[in-house]
Write a protein that binds this ligand. Structure first.
Ligand SMILES: *Cc1c(COP(=O)(O)O)cnc(C)c1O
Length: 372
């Protein structure tokens, strides 16, 4: 067994991060807010090509504030991606809303626009959609956006995993009226923890910043007319983000190399890599495999075997409609199919850490190949 564990996806620091942290120390601008926060917001806007951004403590917080901006009401249905991480959809419950889970399609593993259409037929009053770009692969965002527009619904794009991915020439995180990014430790760039809310609506982003700093009314004393949250990103954390952002393109290029290396190595095995459409360019955050139907090797067998060799791997996100906490929620699929459950049953996330050497990746590849 190897001594050093090969990880799924861990932080990769470069040193520039320290420069911005040092600056914050030197000016004693540790908190609250400060230059790094303002600059990080602006630099993300410039990179993505969006109007305004609010740096927050997490992507989950960004999604929560997005739902508040939509005016989500108690008991109101929100049409959500089913195959995702719970952070995508938990904020619906914070506001007393009701998740309605929408199945995936096979071309991107993301929300199936046809299933979204069905969901709107069943819930014609639905006003809000949360669509995720899983593992850095853009969903069919133009189609999803068009359906939302036709239904006069607001699209919230959960781009937590897809920063720097492009769909039809456009960055993810720009398709929704509100968009959320994550800088959690395992994401393509990290601030240790953090997130951002993006929108072209300046007033909305200002409102989100207001809520995120305890809803302090403009008064000489502490006065509050609304419930507030402590959701803002600190100036230290934003400094890490500024140092990371200059390496984002390099991270994506390394992630893509890892993906391509797996793909060519596994060309003869009964499996495929996580797919994307021809008109999109993922950020290749995680390389995943989908074993062919009837394949005698099971994902959990591969995971156990890799773990014996001190190598990390992870099941596909367990679909939300299969989670005990969401047992009461509705789930919309095309008749007779259940793509999310199928991908969960046959898929596995492989080590995609950009510090993994080609030799280490070869070890992973050889162990998997030997199982077939
Ligand atoms: C990581 C993640 C989140 C949550 O991000 P945090 O910054 O940890 O709150 C939300 N949605 C998806 C799809 C994620 O992968």
């Amino acid at each position: 067994m190897r001594k050093k564990r090969i990880l799924l996806s861990s932080p990769t620091m470069h040193g520039e991060e320290m420069k911005y942290i040092q600056e914050a120390f030197d000016t004693n601008w540790i908190a609250p807010l400060g230059k790094n926060v303002d600059s990080f917001e602006q630099e993300i806007c410039d990179y993505i090509g969006c109007g305004h951004a609010a740096a927050l403590s997490s992507c989950t917080a960004a999604l929560h504030l997005a739902l508040k901006l939509c005016g989500l009401r108690r008991g109101e249905p929100v049409l959500c991606s089913d195959l995702t991480f719970s952070g995508s959809v938990n904020p619906v419950s914070y506001e007393g809303g009701r998740q309605v889970f929408v199945d995936s399609e096979y071309e991107t593993w993301n929300m199936d626009p046809r299933a979204l259409d069905l969901a709107f037929e069943k819930y014609p009053q639905a006003r809000i959609v949360i669509a995720v770009n899983l593992y850095g692969t853009p969903a069919k965002l133009d189609e999803i956006r068009a359906i939302c527009d036709r239904r006069h619904a607001i699209l919230i794009e959960d781009a937590a995993e897809s920063l720097s991915a492009v769909c039809r020439g456009r960055q993810t995180g720009t398709f929704g009226t509100y968009n959320a990014l994550s800088f959690n430790g395992n994401k393509i760039i990290t601030t240790s923890g953090g997130g951002m809310l993006l929108s072209d609506d300046e007033a909305a982003v200002k409102k989100a910043r207001f809520w995120a700093t305890q809803s302090k009314d403009p008064a000489p004393w502490y006065q509050h007319s609304e419930i507030g949250y402590n959701y803002r990103m600190s100036n230290i954390v934003a400094g890490i983000g500024r140092g990371q952002l200059v390496h984002l393109d390099e991270h994506r290029a390394l992630k893509k190399k890892i993906y391509e290396r797996y793909r060519s190595a596994f060309a003869d095995l009964p499996l495929q890599m996580n797919p994307h459409t021809a008109d999109s360019e993922p950020n290749y955050w995680l390389s995943c495999i989908l074993l062919d139907r009837g394949c005698p090797v099971r994902p959990l067998d591969i995971m156990a075997r890799l773990n014996e060799e001190n190598i990390d791997s992870r099941p596909i996100w367990k679909p939300m409609h299969m989670q005990p906490v969401f047992a009461d929620c509705d789930y919309i699929t095309l008749p007779g199919v259940n793509v999310g459950e199928d991908v969960f049953a046959r898929g596995l996330c492989l080590p995609s850490d950009i510090k993994m050497t080609p030799e280490e990746q070869d070890e992973v590849i050889e162990i998997i190949k030997a199982m077939f």
